[in-house]
Design a protein around this ligand. Sequence first.
Ligand code: 5GP
Ligand code: MG
Length: 172
Amino acid sequence: MRDFSPLLTAQDIEDKVAALAERISTDYKDKDLVLVGVLKGAFIFLADLVRKLTIPVTIDFVWCSSYGQGEASSGNVDRIAGIRTDIAGKHVLIVEDILDTGITIRELLVYLESFTPESIKVCAFIDKYERRGIDVKADYAGHRVEKGFLVGYGLDYAEKYRHLPAIYELKT
Ligand code: 5GP
Ligand code: MG
């Protein structure tokens, strides 16, 4: 059994999601906003976030994978499924569970920019900055950590623990 060290409780998460939703609702008031969730990890965060927004939005998903079964990014991002929404001329907000090296977001920015949206920004629930090698930033971040492998609230280890309502650091 791996050792789990608690990082954020369900209440901490709710408070941080509410704060993000308030900022996003203000910043995108009267704008045509499309949220693009990154599957699988962002499914819970996106579901919580949209229910706290006070502005109308539309929702789409991309399906990306870079980790495989381990704890270290493979460095290659597989995009398994793309968007179905016409985002030309619209404002896009990418919704990610965690921003780590930035490789996934960099790939997604190139992909989404090809559809000529009006703007693209990034909302990551966790901004994990130690391994950020490239110039990608979270415009909206729920919580910043330096390092550590996190699970729960959508984040998995070999497909386990996504369902946990709190976030833990997995100790080795
Ligand atoms: P990046 O491409 O920025 O290195 O990594 C982004 C993706 O790697 C995230 O969407 C997530 O799927 C995965 N990832 C990065 N750090 C963690 C972590 O601490 N825990 C888990 N479960 N996944 C992570
Ligand atoms: Mg992810």
